[in-house]
Design a protein around this ligand. Structure first.
Ligand SMILES: [Zn+2]
Length: 256
């Protein structure tokens, strides 16, 4: 089977992701924050909707579910820990979702941004909503810094060639912060150039790779001496553990 993944941009900077089996012309949709853009996309591309995957309960990731269900009778997957209208298949970490004969997604629990936040992983691709962003991470709305730190470590432990499909186009702003936190990291400069070139053509900066996140995302670099030094300067105190560096870094980004 041949899979292609396309973004459906909605709102100011959200991406709904379409996972398309190009042989059967079936699409699975990740995080439809609204329905009209998804319906238009499916119609234009002559695709059948196979199902919907939800990463977390925020409105900009699931508000389109009920309207889509009026048009298509499909399973809707979501975390058993979150109350999401329209979800028909409650899943938890370790569950395997056989979307099609040769495409099975694994559910990974990644709490922090919300308590029931999950990611869907298959074939070196991960759909991680608002937890790991390109060069950044989601805000702490419900969980603790420890939870989000461990969730990001879980994602960072995926194979380096894993493509990261997150929920928002925040990359340029995130890289500005990354550069502030770790000005001596040349890989950040190179990534800024690459991303600026894509955005100048109005192309998504996504997907990224776990490898480049580990090289340039400050939230995955809480053991880097330069990151630690800058975060300690911001916090005005010594920080002895990576998770403490992470907690201060998240706070710094909130104010950035
Ligand atoms: Zn969110």
């Amino acid at each position: 089977m041949t899979t292609s993944i396309l973004p459906i941009p909605i709102f100011k900077d959200n991406y709904v992701w379409a996972i398309i089996n190009t042989d059967t012309k079936t699409a699975f949709i990740v995080d439809p924050g609204e329905a009209p853009a998804v319906i238009e996309f499916l119609t234009q591309q002559q695709l059948t909707l196979g199902g919907i995957l939800i990463t977390h309960h925020h409105w900009d990731h699931c508000n389109g579910v009920l309207e889509l269900k009026q048009h298509y009778s499909v399973p809707v997957y979501g975390s058993y820990k979150e109350k999401i209208e329209g979800v028909t298949k409650l899943v938890q970490g370790g569950d395997h979702i056989p979307l099609e004969e040769s495409l099975t997604f694994e559910v990974i629990e990644i709490p922090g941004h919300t308590l029931g936040h999950i990611a869907y992983y298959a074939r070196n691709r991960v759909f991680c909503g608002d937890t790991l962003f390109a060069a950044g991470c989601g805000r702490l709305f419900e969980g603790t810094a420890e939870q989000l730190y461990h969730s990001l470590q879980t994602l960072a432990a995926l194979p380096e060639e894993t493509q990261v499909y997150c929920g928002h186009e925040y990359t340029q702003n995130n890289l500005r912060f990354a550069k502030t936190v770790e000005p001596g990291n040349r890989a950040i400069d190179e990534r800024i150039e690459r991303v600026n070139a894509l955005r100048a053509k109005q192309l998504p900066s996504l997907p990224s790779l776990i490898r480049e996140e580990k090289q340039t995302n400050p939230f995955l670099r809480c053991s880097s001496p330069e990151v630690i030094a800058h975060v300690e300067h911001y916090a005005g105190k010594r920080l002895s553990k990576p998770v403490e560096v992470f907690a201060q870094l998240r706070k710094w980004k909130d104010e950035f």
